[in-house]
Structures are given as structure tokens and as C-alpha cells.
Design a protein around this ligand. Sequence first.
Ligand code: G2I
Length: 478
Amino acid sequence: MRGTSMKPQSLRRAASVILAAASLLIGGATSGHAAAGPGQAGPDRQAAAEPVLRDLAAAKGIYYGTAVTASKLSGTYGAVVGEQFDSITPGNEMKWGSVEPTRGTYNWSGADAVVDYAEAHGQKVRGHTLVWHSQLPDWVSNGSWTAGTLRTVMTDHIAAEAGRYKGRIDHWDVVNEPFNEDGTRRQSVFQTAIGDSYIAESLRAARAADPAAKLYVNDYNVEGVNAKSTALYNLVKSLKEQGVPIDGVGLQAHLILGQVPSTLQANIQRFADLGVDVAITELDIRMTTPPTSAQLTQQKAEYKAVTGACLAVARCEGVTVWGFTDSDSWIPDVFTGYGAATPYDENFRPKPAYYGIAEALGWTDGGTNPPTGACAVTYAVQSQWNTGFTAQVTVRNTSTTAVNGWKLAWSWPAGQRVTQAWNATLTQSGAAVTAADAGYNAAIAPGASATFGFNGSWSGGNTAPTAFTLNGTACTSP
Ligand code: G2I
């Protein structure tokens, strides 16, 4: 059930300073919101420029987590993980293929690094995952097994891994992805060699190895009420009836923009009503790339809705995003043409989705976030001929926070196209244009500005765009 985690404030403060130094979001300093739970609004919190998801979540009685890559847990990546999240899941480092590539030879370095990091930052750990058909070492997936020999190998593996981290893991994804889309059992090596009972046996072995960890079964495409989630529901019901130790159900939630299931909250509720906890374990919301500002705005609403669905059900323990930054997401590698699925962009700048999460968790900056007017844009056509034109754009940072890396976006009102640019890199998709800094002009101090130019083509009309956003923030323009 819900509870708050330990928070070593000195480490948190250090992370806060690093994050403030790395803060790339303009205008954030105006919020001044103490994004802390009761009793945590120390001076550093009062001055915090950004909402802090872990504090907001704790005040609501849930955790907010992220999948991490152990080798990246330093620098800005590490600072954001420590500052914003109170649960972490190793994206790959605890999988069977990572920890026991050859039989009896263990490599715990990545997994240890994640658990150590979590303890240093007052974070829970979701152990992921003990029994899964994928990322298995060859010796397991290609072995010729009887039920008895594979059962021994499986329970030995659970004893070794869950035993190693005994008392240090809050939640274990004991069994991952056991179902097909139609609700039948996936024909994994465990299912085919051992049969249906492998799930109950795994859970019992995990309970024996680490009695304090909450034991979960985790799957994807089980977020809404459908054949697969109903199979999972029936499994949990039957396990509970048999007295098998199962504490929770993980809904991965690898979602597509525009396709958040309308039955998400009802589905969470029906599992809760069975007497188990629920967690959103691998949330991401992918879209076609490059993203338009309309897509990013929709993504914000959908992150807010998913977080809100968890908050609405008392037994939903928390939400984990599957990578917090677009630079550390599995989506572009697997879904060609899709990406931008996480709450921060590739340069660790919070996207609208981040504010959607914060808003769901009760944060408010008075109605607009980031605030309108943190930037001012002037757009001037300098020369125009029958089919083309040259324009100059100046963006001024009117906030009190330095901009370190920027993207200025607008939409053409009359079908114009950018043909060539200088002092910025311009990309166009449909009517949507994004101008990214050229590197040498990435930093814009408070009150300072950056100017770039471009050539474009037009026909029919060359009406100037009137709405601009800088790093997702609406600017003023004359
Ligand atoms: O596939 C997305 C997730 C679905 N649910 C279970 C999760 O465990 C799974 O995570 C992903 C990781 O995020 C990826 O990072 O699992 C993938 C494997 O199925 C991971 O991808 C693998 C690549 O396929 C390998 O080529 C690569 O060596 O990541 C490895 C480590 O970077």
C-alpha cells in the first residue's frame, strides 16, 4: 500500500543544485512552487524552479519511477534520476541474460550499480525481471529440458538473484509477459517444459528468497479491459485462491499517442478489487517523429490521464516511465518512424508531458506552464520575390533563467516552405517548423537574444506566423 520513502536531504540538495545548473527550461524560476509534501518544504524546495515528481507523488501516496541504464547514472542523467524519481528499474541489468550469461557464471555489476544508486538516493527498486521468455541466455532458451530440470534451473536462478538482493528490492517483476494477445499462455520455454504451474512455482521461489519484496506479474497490452488483461485477471484470481504469493500486477503501458485505453482506470480497479496492488511499470507514449507541438500537447494530456488513473485507485502503488529521456528509450530502435515517447527530450529538457505528470500529481503554476511570455519573438521578412523570401527571426529570453539549448517552433499559415537557413538548423514537417540552435548560439542568457535567418518559398500568400514556442514555452510576439 501507499507510503513515503526515505529521502536523504543532503544528497537531494546536491542533486538539486546540479539540476538547477543544468536547468534548460526557460521561465521555470517564476513558479516558486514548493513541490514538496508536507513537512519537506525546506529552503531548497522553496527555491526549486521545477516541480519535483518524487515529492509530488509522495504527497499523494504513490511513487514515481523510471527505468534506468546503469552505465548512464552520472552527469545530468544521474542528477535528474536522483532528483525527480523515487523508484528505479534497471532496464536490462537484472535480466537473466545479463546476470547469468553462462550457467553458473554471474555478472552482477550492472544490477549492483542500480541498487547501490537507489540506496544512495532514497529510492525504491523494481527488480526486473526473473522469469521472461526474452533476453534469456542461449543455454536456457536452447537447452533440452524436462519439466524437472528446467524447474530446478528456474528456481535456482530465482534463489540466486532474488537472494542476492534480499531486503533491498521493493517490487519484483517475478514473471514477465506470460500471455499471448488472445489470453492464451505464451509458449515460452518455461511454459512448454514445465506447464502452467511455472508461474506459481516462480512466485513461491521468489517469496522464499526475499520475503519482504512485493511479487508482481507484469505484462503489456493489459492496460485496458480486453482478452489478455482478462486472462491475467483470471490468473491472479486463481493464484490468490490457491494461496500462491502474489502481491501485485504490473501494467507495462507502452502506449501509442491517441490510444490510451478508455478502460484503464476500470481495469486497475478490477485488479485492486481482487486484493492485489497494481503499478504502471513501463509507461511510454510514442508518436511519429519529428513531433509537432500539437502532438506534444496531446502527449501531455495522456501522461496526465495515465498518472491520474493510478491516483484514482488506492491500490495503485506508483508509475514508472520506461526511460525518462528520449535519449534513453527503446522506441526508435524498434518502431521505425516513432519516438519522442518519454517526458524529457534528448537533451534532458522537460517536455509538456513532464508538466502533465506534475499536474496530475497536484502541481500548478497558476494555469500555464511553462509561463507564456518567457520569450519574445520578432519575425521579419527582409526581402521577397515572386516565389521566395528571406526572413530573420530573433528570439529573446525574457525569463530570469538561462536557456542552454533551444528549439523554436512555429506553424506556417500559408503553405510556406523553408529552403535554406543560417545560424540555426531548420526542419519542416507539414506546416510545422522547428529551428534548433546551431550549437555556438545555444546559450541565451536572461535578457539576451539569438537571431537566425532563412530563405523560404511561398505561393499565393506569405502571411507571417503569429505563434511561437521556445522549448515548448509559448512566446509573445508583436
Ligand atoms: O521491449 C520493451 C520492454 C517490454 N517489456 C519488458 C522490458 O524489459 C522491455 O525492455 C526492453 C529494454 O528497454 C531494451 O533496452 O527490452 C529490450 C529487449 O527486449 C531491450 O533492448 C535490448 C536490445 O534489444 C539489445 O540489442 C541491447 O543489447 O537492449 C540491450 C541493451 O541495451
